[in-house]
Design a binder for this molecule. Sequence first.
Ligand code: C5P
Length: 402
Amino acid sequence: MISILQGKKIVLGVTGGIAAYKAVELLRLLVTGGAQVQVVMTRSAQEFVTPLTFQALSGNPVHLGLFGPDADPLEHISLAQEVDALVVAPATANCIGKLAAGIGDDLLTTLILAATRPILICPAMNVRMYENPVVQENLERLRQRGLAVMPPDMGEMACGAYGSGRLPEPAAIVETLAGLLSPKDFQGYHLLVSAGPTHEDLDPVRFITNRSTGKMGYALARMARRRGAKVCLVSGPSSLAAPLGVERLMVRTALEMQQVLLERFPRTDALLMAAAVSDYRPASFAAGKIKRGSAEMMVNLTHNPDILESLGALRTRQVMVGFAAETDDIQAHAQQKLERKKLDMIVANDVSAPDSGFAVDTNQVTLLHRSGVVEALPLLSKDEVADAVLDRVATLLADVPK
Ligand code: C5P
C-alpha cells in the first residue's frame, strides 16, 4: 500500500519506554509496506519486549549491543552506511538527552552519530517529563541539527496521567517516515484538492448523494503533502481520517464546496478537483420531514453550478486538473469535459469496473492532456495513481512563472 517503503532499508531503534510494545505494530506496518527493517534495541527496551518478537516479525536478527561474543564491533558503521532512514520509536528522555549531547554509549546512539540519512525521533514519555524544559531544549537541539521530531499524541498515559507524551499511532509514524523518504518537488507550492461526495438536502433527514468515498482525493492530498506541498483538502462527507499535515475543510453541499474553493483558489498554485460533486440538488428544501403519503412523489431538481467552470473564470496562473468518472465512452466524454472546463489535464476512469472507481483502493485511469497527449495507466493503487498525477502536475507547474 505504501509503495515508497518498497525495498527501503530502515533501522528501527527501540528504547526502553512502556510504548515499546507499539513498536511491534510499527515494525509490522513497515514490513508489510515492503521495507527491509533492522531493529536495534537498547538494554532497557529488552525489559519491555523481547528481541525475539522483533526478530520474528522483521525476519532479521535484532541488534542488541556494541560488545559481547556475537557483536560486530563495526556494526554501527556498517548499519549507518546501508540505511535509507532511521526511526527511533519510542524515544525516551534518556535517549533524546544522549543524542542531544552527542553521547554514543550503546549501539543505537553510536549508529545515529554515524548516520547520514534522514532520522525520525518519536518521543514518548510521561507528560511532566515531556514538558520538562531540559527535554524540550534537547528536542530543539535535535531539530536544529536536522533530525525530524514527531510531536507526541495527547491522551491518557500508561501511568494514568493525561497530557502530551503518548507515542503517535504507528500509521502516523509510517506516514511521517514516508514523507522523509519522498522527493520534495512540491516544496513551496500550495495545492487545493477536493474530495468525496456532496450531500444535497431534501428535508432535515434526507439527502441525495453518490457513491464516492473520497479515497482518490485523500490519496492525492496525502501524497502531495509527502512531496512537500502545502495542501488544503476540501472534503465532502467522508469517513476517512484527515491526512497528516494537511489542512482539511469539511463541507456538505456543492454550494458550500464552491464557496470554500472560491475563497481558497486565488492562493493556490494547482487545483485537483477529485470531488464527485452532485450535478443537481433538490429545487426546494422542506423545513419539516416530508411525510409518507399515498400518492406518488415527485422531486424537482435544479442544477448545481459547475465549480470547475466557475473557478476557471478566476484563473490567473493555476494549474487545473479535473476528474471524470464515466461508465461508457470514457475517453470521448472525458475529452469533452477537458475542453468545456478548460482544464490542463483530466483523469478519466471507468467507475463500473470492479477494481476501479468508488470505494476500492485501486484505480485504472487514463490521463488526457490539453496538448492532446493521452496516457492510459495500468491498474495501480490510488496512492500510485496520485503520484502519477502529481508527476504531471509538477511538470505543468514548472512551466508556470511563480
Ligand atoms: O461533468 P462532470 O461532473 O462529470 O465533471 C467532472 C469534473 O468536474 C470533476 O473534476 C468534478 O469535481 C467537477 N465538477 C464540478 N462541479 C460540478 C460537477 C462536477 O466542478 N457541479
